[in-house]
Design a binder for this molecule. Structure first.
Ligand SMILES: [Zn+2]
Length: 332
């Protein structure tokens, strides 16, 4: 009798464990620390530069996951628009891994800083990388003082201080050596502009939840030269003032500061609306995803027949057990 009960218990457990719905798992994505994010980028670039790229996170499953669960990139990267600097490819990353801003000369002006803030503050990437590159046309144009047309002068005015400093500090440099040195100084300039004008970025750096680093990509070797954080980061942060005091200080200033304050308020409101929309969209998508996962988990007709067959055997065993029990009762 006891053996029969044990057998039925085992059968029930097996049926539950082998049920297709019990096997359904939804992948999760955990947040990296700044150090882990940097290690991930370094490993990816090593794979790319040595011809061992694995092209991760580029399949249907990844698109489905990032569509329904939202994006959780582990690094924000600003790089030059140059077609020879394909960020996801050179770091061997995939869909939803990197929040990338591309702009000629990888400058950090108002729109770029706002985009970086979306990455580091809203999406909370633990790493922010300013990536310059060798043979940069935008930096070269400033170094050579080339004639510029259209809106380009307003773009490269962010690069001018870096080139002026390079020429002043290294009058011996010429040609490509001068451009390469200016590219590095332009990376430092970008980090300075970001830290000076972004209280949100400073607050996260101060809290230790974000690292802002510089790097230069060699378009010939495919290798990234890692520069680390800005050597004068502490001094820049001190000069910019406390992160949480920044807004008040600007609001008490001249007209331009007041306009800036209004802009920030508008941005905050827009930001909030965007977040609500995103949550709503995310909810709809999640429902669609759950349906799709359930559809995938739904057994094929043949399997379904097999599963109900097992349940039939289970009920048959229960009836046999009951009959045996009744018989033993009547005997005694
Ligand atoms: Zn460039």
């Amino acid at each position: 009798m006891k053996r029969l009960i044990a057998l039925l218990g085992t059968l029930t457990a097996l049926l539950v464990l082998t049920s297709p719905l019990g096997a359904t798992t939804i992948p999760t994505q955990r947040m990296f620390t700044p150090e882990e994010a940097l290690t991930q980028l370094k490993a990816g670039n090593d794979r790319f530069a040595t011809g061992h790229a694995i092209h991760p996170n580029q399949d249907r499953q990844r698109r489905l996951f990032t569509t329904t669960k939202g994006q959780h990139p582990f690094a924000t990267v600003i790089a030059c628009s140059d077609s020879r600097v394909p960020v996801e490819i050179l770091f061997d990353q995939g869909v939803g891994d990197l929040f990338v801003i591309k702009v000629a000369g990888n400058v950090l002006d108002v729109d770029e800083i706002a985009s970086v803030e979306y990455g580091v503050d809203h999406l909370e990437t633990p790493l922010m990388l300013v990536l310059g590159h060798t043979h940069c046309g935008a930096v070269t144009a400033v170094v050579q003082d080339a004639p510029l047309h259209g809106s380009i002068p307003q773009l490269v005015d962010n690069i001018v201080p870096a080139v002026t400093k390079t020429k002043h500090d290294h009058p011996e440099l010429t040609g490509n050596e001068l451009v390469t040195a200016a590219v590095i100084n332009n990376v430092w300039q970008g980090i300075t502009d970001l830290l000076m004008h972004s209280p949100a970025t400073r607050a996260r750096v101060q809290a230790g939840t974000l690292q802002v680093q510089g790097a230069v990509y060699d378009i010939d070797t495919g290798k990234v030269e890692w520069l680390g954080p800005h050597p004068g980061q502490e001094a820049i942060m001190a000069a910019a003032g406390p992160a949480d005091m920044d807004h008040d200080a600007e609001a008490t200033g001249h007209d331009e500061a007041a306009t800036h304050g209004e802009q920030e308020e508008h941005q905050a409101l827009t930001h909030e609306t965007a977040m609500v929309d995103e949550e709503q969209a995310s909810g709809d998508m999640e429902e669609a995803y759950t349906q799709e996962v359930e559809a995938q988990a739904t057994p094929q007709p043949a399997e379904k027949g097999g599963a109900s067959g097992l349940w039939f055997i289970f009920f048959l065993l229960v009836i046999i057990l009951a009959a045996v029990y009744m018989k033993s009762k009547t005997k005694s």
